[in-house]
Design a protein around this ligand. Structure first.
Ligand code: CA
Length: 238
């Protein structure tokens, strides 16, 4: 890693909201050793307060927390500004996962997880956010449509008619990926690579969950399923 990259990374602040101190400490130590600024909150209320104060670049959020649980914390921190969230869950339950993603988590890991893998995902997500900021600075098309919704690539806001629609960073990027190339049918692997920046077996479920969430927010007809292949922007099937 060169000096410039280290300098860039050190400007990033990560907030860990986790009540299991050994897990929080292990993740924090690993991230700090890579030059990131890390703060830990050990319950939901402290986490929401720390998020408002620090305005972190990314939040690692445990689902099972004392006080208010992770889903509610996620909802509260996402209501002010869209911050990428990686959720930690103790149970590999589809229901928890779907609720977490619908509440605004961008990614998740099931405990016990590899600290190394978590850190790799943190970096992938931070790089993704930076790449997009760079793409926006270099100009391009501002408004794109997906189904009946409109995406503004500069302000990163989505709207349906006159109404603003709140999308998480991942949902926005996913929608933008489809809208930027409306003729194309994307496989789940391609979407994982384009939006999440990595490729894991369990990742396909993550793609499906986010598609469901996007459809519920932007309209069922915003994205169509191409059976046996993947997904595409809604359009004429002829
Ligand atoms: Ca916990």
């Amino acid at each position: 890693m060169n000096e410039t990259a280290e300098l860039t990374l050190s400007l990033h602040t990560i907030l860990i909201i986790e009540d299991e101190a050994p897990i929080a400490a292990a993740v924090a130590a690993r991230l700090r050793s890579e030059g990131l600024t890390v703060e830990i909150a050990s319950d939901g209320h402290a986490g929401v307060a720390a998020c408002e104060r620090l305005k972190p670049d990314l939040v690692i959020l445990d689902l099972m927390l004392p006080g208010i649980d992770g889903l509610e914390v996620c909802r509260q921190i996402q209501s002010n500004r869209a911050v990428p969230v990686i959720m930690l869950t103790a149970r590999d339950s589809e229901e928890d996962l779907l609720r977490g993603l619908a509440t605004g988590a961008d990614d998740y890991m099931t405990k016990p997880f590899s600290t190394r893998e978590l850190v790799a995902r943190v970096h992938a997500m931070l790089r993704r956010v930076e790449r997009q900021a760079e793409a926006l600075r270099s100009g391009g098309v501002e408004a794109l449509s997906i189904g009946a919704a409109t995406l503004n690539a500069v302000t990163r806001r989505a709207s349906l008619g006159q109404e603003n629609v709140h999308l998480t960073p991942t949902e926005f990027d996913l929608a933008l990926t489809f809208a930027s190339d409306p003729e194309r049918v994307f496989t789940r692997e391609e979407l994982l690579g384009a939006v999440w920046g990595y490729d894991v077996a369990a990742g396909e479920r993550t793609v499906d969950s986010h598609i469901r969430s996007l459809r519920s927010k932007l309209g069922a007809d915003s994205i169509r399923t191409v059976h046996g292949v993947g997904y595409a922007c809604h359009g004429d099937m002829t």
